[in-house]
Structures are given as C-alpha cells and as structure tokens.
Design a protein around this ligand. Structure first.
Ligand code: NAD
Length: 320
C-alpha cells in the first residue's frame, strides 16, 4: 500500500454501516495514521475505541473530529442530520477551520441537502473539498469491505487518487459519477430501478404461480428471456428459489424495507425536482410506504414486498 499522506482521519456516524467502515480503516491504515471518531451514541464510540485502542480516539463532537483530522468521513441517516453535523451550531464541522481538508459524506440523502452543504463549505472555506459518496452493498458489504462508492466527482479530480486508497480499504468499487451531487443522483436512480423491479418481479411471479407455474421454472424463463435481472435471480422475492437470497432466509440479512422506502421517496422527490416524468413513482412509493408499516414486513429485506402483495410463500408443497 502506498502512503496515505495524512496521519489523521475522522469518522462521524458509527451506525450499522459506519462502524464496520471505520473498523476497516482502523485495521488497515498504517500505524502512524490515527482515526478520530464521533457519534451521538456514546456506546458506539466506546466500542470501536476498545476494539482499536492504539488507533482510534473518541471525540466529544463533530467539531473536535474536524479539528483533529485532515480527511473526514460522515455516515449519517438523513439530510437533516448531514446539514446539522456540517453546518449548524457551535459543535458542527464548519464551526472550526476546515481549510484544505477533504470532507466525504457517504450518507444516502437528498441531493438538495448535499448541494447546500457543499455550497456552505465552499463559501467559507474555498480550499476545502466536500464530496457526496453514497454507498451500495448493505451492512454485510460494509462488514466485508465489498461496498461500492458512487462518488460525486469527475474521473480526473485531483483528490481522487488519495481518497481512492482509503475507499479501497472500505469497499471494492469506486465509480466517479461526474460532479457534485451526482453520486447521490446515481444511487437514488439505481435504488428506484431496483425497487420498481422488485415490485414488478413479485407481481410477475405471483401471476405465473397462480396460473400453475413452478417459480423455479419462472426464474429460469426470466433469466433466459428479456426480463433478465438480478432481483428475479440472486434476490428472488419468492422464498426457496435462490438458496442465498434474503427471502429464503426469512427475508433477513438484506436491505430493510424502511430503507427502500426512504431511498424511493428521495428518488421520487429528485425526479420531481428535475422535471422527470415518473409514472411508477407514486405507486411504488405508496407500496413501500405501506409495506414498511406492515408488521409482517417491517425490518425485513425490501423484497418482502412479495409477501405484502399476497404472494404464496408455501409453494413447495404444490411442486414436489
Ligand atoms: P444507522 O442509523 O445505523 O447509523 C447512523 C448513525 O449516525 C447512528 O449511529 C446515529 O447515532 C448517528 N448519528 C445521527 N445523528 C448524528 C449526529 N448529529 N452526530 C453524530 N452521529 C449521529 O444507519 P446506517 O444503516 O449506518 O445508514 C447510514 C446511511 O447509509 C443512511 O443514509 C443509509 O440510507 C445509508 N445506507 C444504508 C445501508 C444499509 O443497508 N444499512 C446501505 C447503503 C446505504
């Protein structure tokens, strides 16, 4: 591994994704690089500090992380948290001098909040660089360092080589998407597509199965035909078709339906904002909204939409 050139990295937001991501940095960065972390939940800070006592130091605010670090990552739930951590109050990142620092927000948030934060920083600290870099691959991907980063910058961005070395410790693929907020736009359009496919897929399986087809046959047909896609294959919403799919494991270990609802809603909002005609948006959003409130589906993988739509999960007895 080449030199990282910086000896201090910050990480704010140590939840389901942030904790394993920061953990990879702690495990893989050279000894001379130190990591400063903060989360509003103190136990999450304590946990990672205990795991890497030589490498990680807990801070009492986002401001303290920013004071001590040259490159700062944030992994927070929503746009309001990102605005607050970067721009609001005496303990926010921008309450200290972040000139020449690199700030990378990996949260999945609305593009408007991301651009607001970027402009806020650019006005006060023109030599600082703020990037959107949302990720895909889920909690398991974060644990295995196999997530993909959709980076809001051009391919020839001068900071990219330096950041790449850090990102490669946390993930497998880094895709520069062209400019500010375009990492988020890419991520939201991807999740919109994936969410719509999951609904269509559930309906298609259901109509085929009710007509007498074995879902394993249907999966083969989709794979051989023009409907080929990864949801009807590796993420098959019908349990028992693909052994490794979350559905087969009781819809666990996947992408929670509430998170799909959130991303889908951000995508529909973005479509509206940019004037993109979006006939499936409201129907899709309504479906994920209701599924995420349904106690049979809540907290489960989003492909549980098949269950929400009344699909038969106990099909095997009819197709021995
Ligand atoms: P999470 O809720 O587990 O973690 C977020 C963390 O941010 C929490 O620990 C919370 O305490 C902390 N936090 C909130 N406000 C804060 C503040 N003001 N200062 C410091 N810390 C604060 O969420 P997550 O699953 O880690 O997701 C983080 C982001 O990644 C979200 O935008 C999510 O949509 C996105 N994402 C999640 C997944 C997934 O499968 N979980 C996959 C891809 C992307």
């Amino acid at each position: 591994m080449g030199s990282i050139e910086v000896t201090s990295i910050g990480f704010i937001g140590l939840g389901a994704m942030g904790s394993p991501m920061a953990g990879h940095l702690a495990a893989k960065l050279p000894e001379e690089t130190h990591i400063f972390v903060f989360d509003v939940v103190q136990s999450l800070v304590d946990q990672i500090c205990q795991q890497y006592p030589q490498k990680v130091t807990g801070c009492s605010s986002a401001r303290e992380v920013a004071e001590k670090s040259k490159i700062i990552f944030t992994m927070l739930p929503e746009g309001k948290h990102v605005r607050s951590v970067y721009t609001e109050g005496p303990d926010c990142i921008c309450s200290t001098d972040v000139a020449n620092k690199l700030l990378v927000d990996c949260s999945t948030i609305d593009t408007a909040s991301s651009l607001y934060v970027k402009d806020f920083i650019a006005e006060r600290f023109p030599t600082a660089s703020f990037y959107d870099a949302p990720v895909s691959g889920g909690v398991v991907g974060a644990q295995k360092a196999s997530i993909a980063f959709f980076f809001g910058c051009k391919e020839d961005d001068e900071n990219l080589p330096r950041l790449m070395r850090l990102l490669e410790m946390m993930g497998k693929q880094i895709i520069p998407c062209g400019g500010p907020s375009l990492g988020l736009a890419a991520k939201l359009s991807n999740n919109y597509l994936s969410g719509v496919i999951a609904i269509a897929c559930s309906e298609a399986f259901d109509m085929g199965m009710r007509s007498g087809l074995d879902p394993r046959v249907l999966a083969k047909v989709y794979n051989a035909g023009t409907a080929q896609n990864t949801i009807s294959d590796r993420f098959c919403p019908v349990p028992g078709v693909y052994p490794e799919a979350p559905s087969t494991k009781g819809y666990t270990n996947g992408f929670k339906v509430q998170l799909m609802r959130k991303d889908f809603s951000l995508a529909v909002e973005m479509a509206e904002r940019v004037g993109s005609k979006n006939v499936l948006g409201q129907i899709g959003l309504d479906t994920y909204d209701k599924a995420s409130k349904d106690e049979r589906c809540r907290d489960l993988d989003s492909r549980v939409v098949y269950r929400y739509l009344g699909g038969n999960e106990d099909w095997q007895k009819d197709h021995q």
